[in-house]
Design a protein around this ligand. Sequence first.
Ligand code: UDP
Length: 246
Amino acid sequence: MTDGQDTSAPLMFKRVLLKISGEALMGDQNFGLHPPTVERIALEVKRVHELGAELCLVIGGGNIFRGLSGAAQGMERTQADYMGMLATVMNALAMQSALEGLGIHTRVISAIPMATVCEPYIRRRAARHLEKGRVCIFAAGTGNPYFTTDTAATLRAMEMNCDAIVKGTQVDGVYDSDPKTNPDAQRYERITYDEVLQKHLKVMDASAIALARDNNLPLIVCSLSAPGGFAEVLRGRGKFTIVEQN
Ligand code: UDP
């Protein structure tokens, strides 16, 4: 037993990549980082790490800067996207601090090399970190403009041979309509990638879903708000939606 958890149920997946949006780190603010919220999510990661999972993290940058909003204000799109990618590095460093504060060994690994701040992305080196039990926080998305951190998360999950990708959201799965505005919204237990795409369900962006589908990477959608919820989901309990092939 660790941290008061029942560790008897085995993990459904040994190596997982958790994708969270930058906005998940804002708390009740409408911009930037809310340190208690970052620490709360770090604790969720710690609980899963203690169960023996090998963990990768990808954090978006939407709480600080999004390329599309920069472009809408007249900035060149590629330039704005680079700013968005740099925002993800800031979030990754904040999460690294919070995890290290909890005694977890981590590496921030950036798709855009910035040697004084973090490691550059080298696939084999990152895989070795995972084997050694370090949490790898992949920053700067794919390193390319016109992409999103959803796509980066799917790409890194495949490169790292993850068994699944977990998208941590505000709600406990994928619904047929927005549960915040429609009290009759129904949650899917299971849904296929094609249904997500056809029904335009807001799970991850379409290119990320298509990439996961084409490579048969299971995608779990769950909430990170309940303490211990992430660990429960990885043991097949609690509420979540799994997106997979037929
Ligand atoms: N971005 C990019 N290429 C990538 C990943 C991200 O250009 O591979 C930029 C893009 O401008 C995006 C911003 O980084 O708007 C922040 O990422 P994202 O919108 O995915 O963050 P989230 O919505 O998950 O917080």
